[in-house]
Ligand binder design. Structure first.
Ligand code: B1M
Length: 223
């Protein structure tokens, strides 16, 4: 391929390494400004998220594992990622479609990570789902109570920690004990969760990223 062709392609895709760097360095103001500038130029939000922002968080995780980053850096990077996602959220959630189903969503008890869960929530909203977001560190009883009140089609559980994965099974078991397991589908996801694990704990679906979560949620409704 000609050099000029490569250059043109690069220009078309955009180079947002500065945004990547701002998240990595935990600079929330810069991350927000660069995201707004990228949007003003007409950049596709999902390209920004998948090609630049999520890889920045993966790099943060790698540095944390290598003990080059510590909890304060994780916190700052998390704050910068959230700031950068803020102007994108309405765009992800503006599907303009009629409500297709109701989802109760939350990060399970013991886990404070919510960036991925929030992305899943925004994309479900964009796909027309009504989402009841219970936030982070959600006890099993809270999921149960909300299911009883809102009668959702799907309970969507997120976790990023290996130690809190069993909380997902606790929620499923609690739904069974309450006699309402057959009234609701359970969708699980989050970095350490696998399809095998989802099957093992009796979940109905597993999504390995926000857009696959939407695809699976749609297919669960059709069942
Ligand atoms: Co923490 N943390 N953290 N952390 N943190 C991880 C998860 C870790 C992998 C870092 C590492 O060691 N490499 C590691 C977990 C190891 C493990 O158990 N497997 C870890 C650890 C150890 C910890 C602490 C224990 C650190 C400590 O205190 N010593 C502590 C735990 C606190 C707690 O929860 N009780 C902790 C704390 C934190 C902060 C609070 C400082 C901060 C979170 C800020 C926030 O969320 N508001 C933080 C951060 C930022 C991270 C990393 C660096 C980034 C997470 C992130 O936002 N990713 C993370 C390393 C990493 O992920 N590479 C790490 C971007 C986000 C878009 O991706 O959340 O994976 P993710 O979501 C994806 C998919 O997973 C999926 O779709 C999303 C979009 O594609 N998905 C679903 C998520 N939920 C889904 C649900 C679905 C379907 C798909 O259906 C319902």
């Amino acid at each position: 391929m000609l050099d000029s062709q490569l250059w043109a392609e690069e220009l078309l895709m955009g180079d947002f390494s500065e945004l990547h760097g701002a998240i990595l360095n935990g600079d929330d103001k810069l991350a927000l400004r660069l995201t707004k500038e990228a949007l003003d130029k007409g950049t596709d939000p999902s390209e920004l998220i998948t090609k630049w922002m999520i890889p920045a968080m993966d790099e943060v995780g790698r540095l944390f594992e290598a003990q080059e980053y510590f909890v304060p850096e994780l916190l700052l990077a998390g704050r910068a990622m959230k700031a950068a996602l803020e102007p994108l959220r309405p765009m992800l959630a503006s599907g303009g479609v009629q409500p297709t189903g109701r989802v109760v969503l939350g990060t399970v008890q013991g886990d404070l990570h919510d960036i991925g869960k929030n992305l899943v929530g925004s994309m479900l909203e964009g796909a027309g789902f009504k989402v009841f977001d219970l936030g982070i560190d959600v006890p099993c009883e809270k999921f149960l109570e909300t299911v009883t009140i809102h009668n959702p089609d799907i309970v969507a559980l997120s976790t990023l920690l290996t130690v809190t994965m069993p909380e997902m099974k606790k929620v499923i078991d609690a739904l069974s004990r309450a006699g309402i397991r057959n009234k609701v589908k359970v969708l699980v996801g989050g970095a350490p969760v696998t399809r095998d694990y989802a099957e093992e704990i009796g979940a109905d679906g597993y999504g390995d990223n926000a857009s696959s979560a939407v695809t699976i949620a749609r297919s669960l409704l059709a069942k």
